[in-house]
Ligand binder design. Structure first.
Ligand code: ATP
Ligand code: MG
Length: 333
């Protein structure tokens, strides 16, 4: 049994323009201690997939179905349909999240010490001193110098990279089993981005935590994750180990994503190709392949084939793809 098991997750938003199918039947497992990257263009449903089971989507006009079972100390719990109060106990304790913008998680008017201590106190009945010691320990761990002194500082007194480190410390206060990092390095420059990714990797190894790393940039995934889930139009379209995905990408969309990142092994001077066309509208998204309109290999299949729904199939152990080009393989659904 996986640590986190997502099954047939669907999220719909009712909007004035119609129903938005933001997530359309996503299933995946997160194993203990693994780093799973979720990759896809803007609007593919990466954030909504994870916000849905964390109870962080708007409560009205949102329909969430499916199940997301988490292993906790008290047994297995389904996060979908859980009460707000029960979910609050899990959030920040068993599962913690960090975001692109640390200011969305850090309050500008409280010292970071107060905020770190509060994050610990909310889930532990211990003296404040214990929480304070924990805050100092974690600030040191994420690379904040003079943590004792820095507890008194306010978020704006830190650089972007340092703020991100503080947010990581905050996420770790209660030793979560799962850390969801949603574009944690997107707003940072390349050097700081690499440092933060390395920090996440080190922490993951030290605490044997499982990490879900959400990014639109397949380039950051190589050294940072074990497995990759590629999303398109609210669906999972490919899932493989990082090596498998880089060496043998199957879904034409994944191939396009890989072609649009600079790769060391391709030498200099090779022009990067963006995938032509736009991501699909998620309103009245048909049941066919959502990528068909942009797919360069559509003509290899019989006419009309891509307007029928491809299923997620295993082409080899642990390598799944949703594409009619691989229809001869057995369905895993
Ligand atoms: N509250 C909402 N109401 C209506 N539509 C929404 C809402 N939240 C998200 N969406 C839509 O759901 C789709 C998926 O959004 P999501 O934020 O998951 O994309 P993403 O893959 O995380 O993109 P990005 O890389 O830009 O963060 C998008 O089309 C978005 O506009
Ligand atoms: Mg997002």
């Amino acid at each position: 049994m996986a640590l986190l098991s997502v099954r047939d997750l669907r999220v719909q938003f009712a909007t004035p323009d119609g129903i938005v199918d933001a997530v359309s039947g996503v299933s995946f497992d997160l194993k203990e201690g693994e780093t799973l990257a979720i990759v896809g263009e803007s609007g593919s449903g990466k954030s909504v997939t994870n916000l849905a089971y964390m109870g962080l989507l708007p409560k009205t006009r949102t329909t969430i179905t499916g199940s997301v079972v988490l292993k906790t100390e008290d047994g297995e719990v389904d996060l979908i349909g859980m009460s707000v109060e029960d979910l609050r106990k899990i959030r920040g304790k068993d599962v913690a999240m960090i975001f692109q913008d640390p200011m969305s998680a850090l309050h500008p008017y409280y010292s970071i010490g107060d905020q770190l201590i509060e994050a610990h106190q909310a889930h532990n009945e211990v003296a404040k001193e214990v929480s304070r010691d924990r805050a100092i320990e974690l600030l040191a761990l994420v690379g904040v110098a003079n943590p004792d002194e820095r507890l008194k500082a306010y978020p704006h007194q830190f650089s972007g990279g340092m703020r991100q480190r503080v947010m990581i410390a905050m996420a770790l206060m209660n030793n979560p089993k799962v850390l969801i990092a949603d574009e944690p390095t997107t707003a940072l420059d390349v050097t700081v981005q690499a440092q933060i990714l390395k920090l996440l990797r080190d922490i993951q190894a030290k605490f044997k935590m499982a990490v879900i790393l959400i990014t639109h940039d397949l380039g950051v995934v190589a050294g940072a994750a074990d497995r990759v889930n590629v999303m398109y139009g609210g669906r999972l379209v490919e899932s493989a180990s990082v090596n498998d995905l880089y060496e043998n990408p199957l879904m034409p969309y994944t191939v396009g994503l890989l072609d649009s990142i600079p790769r060391m092994d391709q030498g200099h001077g090779k022009r990067l190709r963006a995938i032509p066309g736009q991501p699909p509208s998620l309103i009245q998204l048909g049941s066919g392949c959502a990528f068909a309109a942009r797919c360069s290999r559509k003509s290899e299949l019989p006419n009309g084939k891509c307007e029928t729904s491809p299923e997620l199939k295993a082409v080899s152990a642990g390598h799944l793809v949703r594409c009619h080009l691989y229809d001869s393989k057995e369905s895993v659904k």
